[in-house]
Design a protein around this ligand. Structure first.
Ligand code: BGC
Length: 421
């Protein structure tokens, strides 16, 4: 496998750029890299992605260093693939077009040892039947959530004088796009060229009335693995009728390695001092509050477990939405930094979004067994999900999540890895 020297050069140039976005980039630990496939040739979003055309996918082949293997079938017999991206440091990211999700992510610790830092399953069969009772990925590991991530109160909203009723799959709320959200769909997947590194693009058509939402939506997610150990995720969508759109990636991280322990010893710093107050059923009241003097204050790097017991309610733990900024920004900016002192791994999250949900894996209870046979117990993973605020369609005071015909929804998030001694 060889990497084209011009691709390598542009990767390096972009790697420097991505690094510049973060205030205090962690040090990089201790190499790799090149084929094939295309089923679609849709437009990019002007962010460096160049669609590949006139190439046909073949089982187990490679394009641009990205390996593509057939992984089985889902839905009404649609083909599911596993894509393996590798960068020059040996960092490996595995993606699948079922749920447009991240199934494995192997990054180095301070001793240079690779470890898989995301929760998930080892085969398509287990993604489709995760609990042994036919439930497909009930905890939303690794997936792309849409059309609207997080909750919409009572599964209803008004738009342009019409009232819409969505699936109330989190009684009485609508959660993560409904009963069969975008996380449970087979997306079209193809390996694409990208200035920043190895890349795969996923595309989905969400029809009018999908889970109750208005309008036909064309959604796209591009994952890029850069040579400076960042996974860049570019979400975008268009519609033919006004509709709420709020896409996020729902990866559960454990920087000590998936299935190894809780994440309570990880230290978290958030680049915000404001959170959206929650009321009944985890729906925001609409008030934005200061974190000062509350267990939600992560303005200084703080061990996640330090104040977790002070949080009221069942099942306990963090499930909190924060305000990063009043408006989206063009270039991803630092939102969160997580450090695991034991492994030395550091994760920085940069995003263009206005809000971020911090969820400490509170509903994990040992009933799900992960890809290496370990039980995922309570707090065995955390999610930091950049997004619009929950229930924005019913909260005019929040930044609007409405996408109109002629517009393009765009959200970029970067998961950047490094180590600290
Ligand atoms: C939400 C939690 C929910 C979880 C499901 C998170 O994004 O904030 O409330 O239980 O997803 O996996």
């Amino acid at each position: 496998m060889k990497m084209n020297p011009s691709i390598l050069l542009s990767c390096m140039a972009v790697a420097v750029l991505v690094g510049c976005n973060s205030a205090d980039s962690p040090k990089k630990p201790g190499s790799s890299d090149g084929t094939q496939a295309s089923e679609n040739s849709a437009t990019g979003d002007g962010s460096g992605e160049k669609p590949k055309t006139n190439e046909t996918a073949t089982t187990g082949e490679e394009t641009n260093g990205v390996k593509r293997e057939e992984w089985g079938t889902a839905g009404d017999g649609q083909k599911v693939f596993l894509f393996t991206l590798t960068n020059k440091n040996g960092t490996v990211c595995k993606l699948t077009n079922w749920g447009a999700l991240i199934s494995e992510l192997h990054v180095r610790d301070k001793g240079g040892k690779l470890g898989d830092v995301v929760l998930g399953y080892e085969s398509l069969e287990r993604w489709l039947d995760s609990d042994g009772n036919g439930k497909a990925n009930p905890s939303y590991f690794g997936c792309t959530v849409g059309r609207y991530c997080n909750r919409i109160a009572n599964g209803t909203f008004e738009l342009d004088g019409e009232t819409y009723l969505l699936a109330q799959n989190n009684d009485p709320s609508h959660l993560h796009g409904g009963k069969v959200g975008w996380d449970k769909k087979v997306w079209a997947g193809e390996i694409v060229d990208h200035d920043d590194g190895q890349a795969v693009k996923f595309q989905l058509t969400s029809p009018d009335d999908d889970e109750g939402y208005p309008g036909n939506v064309q959604a796209e997610v591009i994952y890029v693995l850069t040579d400076d150990d960042a996974v860049r995720i570019e979400h975008s969508a268009t519609t033919d009728k006004a509709t709420p759109v709020n896409m996020t990636n729902h990866t559960y991280f454990n920087l000590a390695g998936e299935g190894s322990s809780t994440i309570l010893d990880h230290e978290l710093k958030l680049e915000t001092a404001k959170y959206t107050e929650f009321g009944k059923n985890d729906i925001p009241t609409g008030e934005i509050k200061s974190v000062e003097g509350t267990p939600f204050d992560f303005t200084k790097s703080t061990r996640i477990g330090d104040r977790i017991e002070k949080l009221a309610g069942e099942p306990g733990g963090y499930d909190q939405n924060y305000l990063l900024r009043e408006e989206k920004v063009e270039q991803p900016a630092l939102a969160a930094t997580v450090h695991d002192p034991a492994s030395g791994r550091v994760l920085e999250i940069l995003t263009t979004e206005v809000g971020i949900q911090f969820y400490s894996g509170n509903y994990l209870d040992g009933s799900l067994v992960g890809k290496t046979g370990k039980k995922y117990e309570k707090h065995f993973g955390f999610c930091l999900e950049p997004q619009f605020h929950p229930d924005s369609p019913n909260k005019p005071q929040f930044p609007s999540s409405t996408l109109k015909p002629g517009e393009r929804y765009s959200h970029i998030t970067i998961f950047k890895f490094g180590v600290r001694e």
